[in-house]
Design a protein around this ligand. Structure first.
Ligand code: 13P
Ligand code: SF4
Length: 403
């Protein structure tokens, strides 16, 4: 059994491989031909390395059939086409977390997504269920920007300055389980892109100020939509040495309502207001919808913003003949374009830039994990130690109750 404890989504950051565009195509090729395979989980038996996509599909199908109802496959919207095709349930982070909390019937939850999502599923699922992440190197570079030690140290500084007692920590679900535990132990909650506003409204009912990590953009966009002035949302530069107050003055921190961690998603930072203007110029009447991990200027230039599930619903509900430009990960955009041939759906960014860590869930890993489970071997199990899971569950349960 391969057991992963707290891990490292940091594998992505450590290799630097979570940051650049690793591919100029989203079509699956055999694992060994993937340009970035060297950065991925290597201890997958060599027999899987050269299998062609159709061979992998056949093997996944057979293993899936052999497992019957013992395994359920969850797929995040950013997964590749030939992985999401096997998902029993697909959705955004919130929908999949809620699903994991409410379905104790399957023995295995195979999570086709990234590490923090599998951790959340492990925390929320029943004790007898085992959560499996097909590729352990599928982290999230944004989540890696909030290293638990950096957050503890920032909090210690806030205690010294005297602002911690008026501050509630809120973590985006894109974070390590240890940080969810920190938040849970300090009275705060987790949020996702689909409920950030409700969670912040709740938070402001508890305390004057929120420390929001790791995504500055989701925090800023949500605060802005709620009417929090921009000069009361300050950025905490976590890379600065202890004692430098994250690069802020004491006065700015004291009058702030939101302290934003200086983290971001490299996929969503690519979307710009210029791309929105370009889409409007070329496609009069276009509906522009973006993910709230995009920067504020982009979100303000767009017509709508919301989670991946919201984006999928927006496209589904738009009248036939609509033109919709989307600012989010390319696998979802290209799937929506295929699913809605009566609408023109395209990505705001002309460069094909998949989320390089979501992309690591290659069908070879799915075939290997399912065949291993069918043979009675649990590989790539995600196990959050109970001393961490206990407080992290508090923060996740608060989110579920608020939403
Ligand atoms: P959603 O919860 O909207 O699916 O977002 C998850 C994510 O990681 C987006 O980058
Ligand atoms: Fe993380 Fe960005 Fe990928 Fe989402 S799209 S999993 S935030 S790196």
């Amino acid at each position: 059994m391969t057991t992963n404890v707290l891990a490292p989504a940091t594998q992505a950051a450590a290799t630097g491989a979570g940051i650049a565009c690793e591919s100029d195509s989203i079509a699956t090729v055999p694992l060994a031909e993937e340009r970035a395979f060297a950065y991925w989980q290597q201890d997958i038996p060599a027999e899987y390395w050269r299998l062609a996509p159709d061979e992998l599909t056949a093997r996944i199908r057979a293993a899936r059939r052999a497992l019957r109802t013992r395994a359920i496959i969850l797929g995040h919207h950013y997964q590749r086409e030939d992985v999401i095709a096997f998902a029993d349930e697909k959705g955004d982070s919130f929908k999949l977390a809620r699903w994991a909390a409410g379905h104790p019937e399957s023995e295995y939850i195979v999570f086709c997504g990234v590490h923090f999502m599998a951790e959340a599923a492990d925390i929320l699922s029943a004790p007898h269920q085992k959560v499996v992440l097909p590729n352990m190197a599928a982290g999230c570079s944004m989540s890696d920007m909030a290293d638990p030690d950096d957050v503890y140290s920032a909090w210690a500084e806030m205690e010294e300055i005297g602002i911690a007692q008026d501050t509630l920590p809120i973590t985006y679900i894109n974070s390590a389980a240890a940080l969810k535990a920190f938040v849970g132990a300090h009275g705060g909650a987790v949020c996702t892109s689909s409920n950030a506003r409700k969670v912040l409204e709740w938070a402001f009912g508890q305390k004057k100020r929120v420390l929001f990590f790791p995504d500055q953009h989701l925090g800023r966009n949500t605060g802005y939509a709620m009417g929090v002035p921009l000069d009361q949302m300050v950025l905490w530069g976590w890379a600065r040495p202890y004692g430098s107050m994250g690069g802020q003055t004491r006065e700015a921190l004291e009058r702030s309502r939101v302290i934003l961690w200086a983290g971001h998603c490299s996929v969503h930072q690519r979307f710009t207001p210029e791309q929105v203007a370009d889409a409007r110029r070329k496609h009069p009447g276009v509906i522009v919808v973006v993910h709230p991990e995009c920067r504020l200027e982009t979100v303000r230039a767009a017509d709508l913003n919301g989670s991946t599930e919201f984006i999928a619903r927006t496209v589904a509900e738009a009248p036939g003949g609509s033109t919709i430009a989307i600012g989010t990960e390319i696998n979802l955009v290209s799937r929506l374009a295929k699913e809605h041939p009566d609408k023109t759906v395209f990505c705001l960014d002309p460069v094909v830039c998949p989320c390089s860590t979501m992309y690591r869930v290659h069908p070879a890993y799915l075939a290997w994990t399912l065949e291993s489970l069918a043979a009675g071997r649990v590989v790539n199990q995600i196990v959050v130690p109970e001393e961490i899971a206990r407080d992290a569950r508090l923060a996740l349960d608060r989110m579920l109750a608020i939403t």
